[in-house]
Design a protein around this ligand. Sequence first.
Ligand SMILES: [Ca+2]
Ligand SMILES: [Ca+2]
Length: 103
Amino acid sequence: MSDNSGDDEQQWTMNDSMQKLASCLAEKDLSVDDLFAQIDSDSDGSINGPELHKGLQTLVGDFLSPGQISSIIKAFDSNEDNRIDVEELRAAFEGLQDDSTEE
Ligand SMILES: [Ca+2]
Ligand SMILES: [Ca+2]
């Protein structure tokens, strides 16, 4: 990904948070489904902005702005309901890992 849109106030990238989440998964030996269940605190089957915000804070210690949260959701939300469901989350992690793992 190359995005040099002149937004230099912060070095944060979405990939950064995703990599942290991925290593958190590996460390705790969790599946994407487990991760999803942890973030989806009201268990309605989808992760919304506040849940993602809280989840990232709890799991990886990242305190993201609402704008950052919504860019993550927009990036993964393939059916455009402004929430991330478990399949969208799986696809997100598959995208991260496609160069290494083979089962
Ligand atoms: Ca939820
Ligand atoms: Ca969605």
